[in-house]
Ligand binder design. Sequence first.
Ligand code: SF4
Length: 438
Amino acid sequence: MTSALAPGSILFVHPRHRCFGRDNQVPMGVIALANSLGPGVRGVFARELTDEHLRAARVLLLDVQWFFALDSAMRIAERAKRINPAVRVIAGGYSATIFADDLLQRSAVDFVVRGDAERPLPLLVDALLQGANPADIPNVSSRSFANPLSYQLTREDYDAGDYLNIDWFPSLDRAARDAQRSPYPIWIYPFIPVFKGCKYPCDYCLGNERAQRLLCGRSLVSRSPERVAADLRRVEATPHLRRAYIIADFLHVLERDYAEPILSQHYDLDLYYEFYRVPQPEDVRRLARSFRRLFLAYFFIRNHGSVNAEASEVEALDRATATAGEARADLAVNLHLRGLREQPAMNRLLLEYYRRHRWINLIDSSLWDFPMPPADHLLRPDPLTFDRFRALSAKETWKWRVREWIVARFFGGPRRHRLLFRLNSRFIAALLARRARP
Ligand code: SF4
């Protein structure tokens, strides 16, 4: 479709995210979408975007997957139109879907691809480059039309996506190589997609059944396990990659035998795997048999809110991970520090846990001064909500600036990664020790 185009004619810009280091975290779906657009596409982070990039672009793509990107995406769209009025701006992602009308009426975004974009986006980009009328393309909204969500991702289309090639985004490739040298996982690349949607009902999460129906018009969709296994083989065969990331807990969410084609083989790779529920020892053993080393993550935060899990879950998780044997399971426990304040017994348990596993991750919005909205808020769009989310995503505070400085100062090489993780872990351990005192 776009083979004759110069690289950069289709420009993808990943907006700034003032939350949890997502500045470098390009949604995995974007990688497959960009790969479906041919050689004319080029990716840049918002921080490296220049006027030359914008002048060369005929189509500008913005991912607004999480609401943290709203303000940055709107500013980029406005700047693009100032510098290159002919450029056509397309936004996509869950938050773009929720706020499609607001984005179209109150920003320089020309089109929003709502819900699943695997087929609609290439059709839309092609139509814009050919000067054709895009008014019939499913899932697309503009200022003058809003087409129904008549395209839903199928397993066939999901399997066809290339989620690993990032040649078109050189700075993401550099960030990914750097992150791979870290002794501990840094969530940049490569994520191996397994399913979209989820069977659990967490009301905050856009992965739950109700949200997926509203946003995409479908329930859970998964890739074939053979395709997941093939991607792991591809990562394994890439010399500079040592670790793969699976953040879709197929052991709990999908049927029991789904995992068989994936876990019946061994990969010379480390695996970062997120559990949505406390695993059984057998779950951990199955993963341990298939990978060199495990980094198992478990969210000790209920429903992404401010309440931590029960002590019994910590104990069960500890028992399960102890069965990893040779694969040596390191654990990421994501804590909410405010929620822990009133739980001295939990602090004691976690401290012991930290002493055994040496890795505790930190999630605490109060530290970054980034207030989270109440549960279910994302699914009730109205102009006030949009303003509130834009204001939140624009928030620049001294805490954020300190965090930016720390990331810039300490991220950039394996020794720095190690130091940052040690500082992070020790800070949390010291805090736990203080709170664990009776
Ligand atoms: S378990 Fe995780 S992915 Fe599933 S609905 Fe809850 S928060 Fe979302």
